[in-house]
Ligand binder design. Structure first.
Ligand code: B1M
Length: 232
């Protein structure tokens, strides 16, 4: 860290400057600074969702570009991911603080072969905040783990995340297995992750592709209401 950087006092920056500084700090994997930045923005009356999207998710998007272009490597990206998680852990209870009635239960996990979990964690947080119960299976889930959890938890929604073009086809394996077992219609199946798109979601037989966490919440609400009306 340069002397100039050491001299920066986060609390003295304007909102815009602080958000840009947080993008830099996330890039540099500075967990304590991210924690401080999140707390400052919240203290200034920012909505938790805005802190999440404008300071953290946007910062991670920049990290992703330089990772793709070979400017950042795995260890650096891991540090950035850790810093992001520290910020998210402060926001999680705030996003979940709606006191809304339970709308349904979602089992969510990253698919087999894939260890990316930041986006999936975000979706889980936002779903909880919107009033859904969430059972998070973590990363690297084989079809058996999804099916066992769906049955055990009596869930209504299955959420799958994949960040690699090599792991996204595994979502179809899971959906095909649900079909084979005659279980497919028992659940709303939502999929997401950076390399997916609407067309892919349709092609593998998911109910919907969700571009981001906010869309996941809206889609889950919409499909839950639809299913509820059908049952009624
Ligand atoms: Co990885 N990685 N990575 N990585 N990584 C990507 C995905 C990549 C696009 C980077 C790049 O090249 N630009 C690239 C994939 C290329 C491809 O497949 N075509 C890549 C690669 C290649 C790899 C490795 C193979 C690198 C290597 O080892 N050589 C390796 C794979 C390991 C494995 O999984 N087997 C690897 C490893 C890692 C780290 C461990 C270093 C770290 C993960 C840490 C962690 O997650 N705990 C990492 C990271 C951080 C990234 C990038 C930089 C950031 C991902 C992220 O967290 N984004 C990523 C580049 C990028 O995506 N721009 C990259 C922020 C997050 C909020 O967004 O996850 O998209 P996202 O989630 C969004 C939506 O997609 C959606 O909502 C979320 C919130 O709005 N969504 C859902 C996601 N899941 C959903 C589920 C739903 C609904 C919506 O269910 C209902």
């Amino acid at each position: 860290m340069s002397d100039e950087e050491e001299d920066i006092i986060l609390s003295e920056l304007s909102d815009d400057e602080l958000v840009l500084q947080m993008h830099d700090d996330l890039y540099d994997g500075l967990k304590d600074e991210i924690t401080e930045g999140v707390n400052i923005l919240l203290g200034r009356g920012w909505m938790p969702y805005d802190v999440l999207t404008k300071a953290l998710v946007e910062g991670m998007r920049i990290v992703g570009i330089d990772f793709r272009d070979g400017i950042l490597f795995v260890p650096e990206v891991l540090l950035a991911a850790n810093a992001m998680k520290a910020g998210m852990s402060i926001l999680k209870p705030l996003l979940a603080e709606t006191g809304a009635p339970r709308l349904g239960k979602m089992v969510i996990g990253t698919v087999k072969g894939d260890i990316h979990d930041i986006g999936k964690n975000l979706v889980g947080m936002m779903m909880e905040g919107a009033g859904f119960e969430v059972v998070d299976l973590g990363i690297n889930n084989a079809v058996e783990s999804y099916i066992e959890a769906l049955e055990k938890e009596d869930a209504t929604i299955l959420g799958m995340s994949a960040l690699l073009t090599t792991t996204m086809p595994y979502m179809k394996v899971v959906i095909d297995t649900l079909v084979e077992k005659g279980m497919r219609d028992d659940y709303i199946v939502l999929v997401g992750g950076a390399p997916l798109n609407e067309e892919f979601g349709k092609a593998i037989g998911a109910d919907a592709y969700c571009r981001d966490a906010a869309v996941a919440v809206e889609t889950a609400k919409e499909w839950s209401a639809r299913k509820h009306n059908q049952t009624a």
